[in-house]
Ligand binder design. Sequence first.
Ligand SMILES: [Zn+2]
Length: 410
Amino acid sequence: MSQPIVVTADRAYLDGSVVAGGVAVTVVDGAIAEVAPGGAVVPGARTVELGDRTLLPGLIDAHTHFLGIPTDHYDALLWERLDYRAIRATGEAERLLHAGFTSVRCLGSPVSSSLSRAVREGHVAGPRILSAGQSLCATNGTWDIVHADRRVADLQEMLVDGVDDLRAAVRDRVRSGALVIKIGLSRGRAGDRSHGWGDDPARQEVAYSRPEIEAVVEEAHAAGLRVSAHCIGDGPVRAAVECGVDVVEHGFGIDDETRRMVAAAGVPIVTTFTGLAMSRASSERRGASPVDLAIADGHLARMREDFARGRAAGIVYALGSDLIGDPDQPQTAAIEEFVRAVEWGMTPREALDAGTVVAASVLGMADRIGRIAPGLAADLVACPGDPSASIERLREIDFVMSDGIVRSTG
Ligand SMILES: [Zn+2]
């Protein structure tokens, strides 16, 4: 047993509310051993005194991308060297950890499974990464760049069609270290400029057949992995729920009946507000056309409306940023997902839960992360003030511990 560490603070976020009057958390061998409101200090322990701060569970971004490409040059997806991309993404992962995120899901990147392994083995500092590896995309599906020659699209090793090839692709992702499987289920209609998001969130098509989706789900579940689907619009969201997909990403552009179905099935939706908002902002800075800006505004408006309707219908939401990297979409801006969730209707406490305990269940890791409780990983962050009263205080996180190791102190 290593020397225990006792972390003390004036306040702590425990089981959905802030407890004042001092809290001492004892950490042994990377895990939380004891949580003592009132603040007992174990003899012989090393003590970290945080004083006038609120201690929180490490934050979780349930949807990010460590793509390792410059977000002002997306064409780099097609030609940049993978070793360079991995090194670039490693720096971004370390900065995200320092911002307070101790766990993430990386939902689509050819370098993220190796990055996840390097973090796990302790070679580099970063959040715990539940990596999907490269996403699965149908020909003419979600992320297929249809104006490019097919050979260019094939360079990304993302296009997979048919039940047998999809089964093989899931096995290949697992072999390469994926811990979750990501599939693109919706595409914009023909004529839309972007299949990924389309011109109209309410008019999207299902990109895979039901037998194909079911094969992916069966193969992933057989390996003990969950399936997450990029899904916008009624048809795709229904197909995801009916075929046993575990988590829906984005999940807007749907009607009341589909909402009831998602809520009844208990399938969580991951929010992804910040990535879209920052992408819209950078498009404007770079002189995008009024038509393109109006399309982005339409998506944001529908996202906001459906977030309110979905919450009223009982859908469970976890926070995920969908950020891609520097310079236009730094992953550290994931803090803004909490701020926007409150701006769009959650209470600060609901947002804190959506980005910790609920996100942990989306990762399938509720027994290991997402709360400050004995037996869980010692992933702790702290900020001045009380974020359950003012969510913006999360921007001031100045203490980060993960797996019992202090990663950042301001
Ligand atoms: Zn994404």
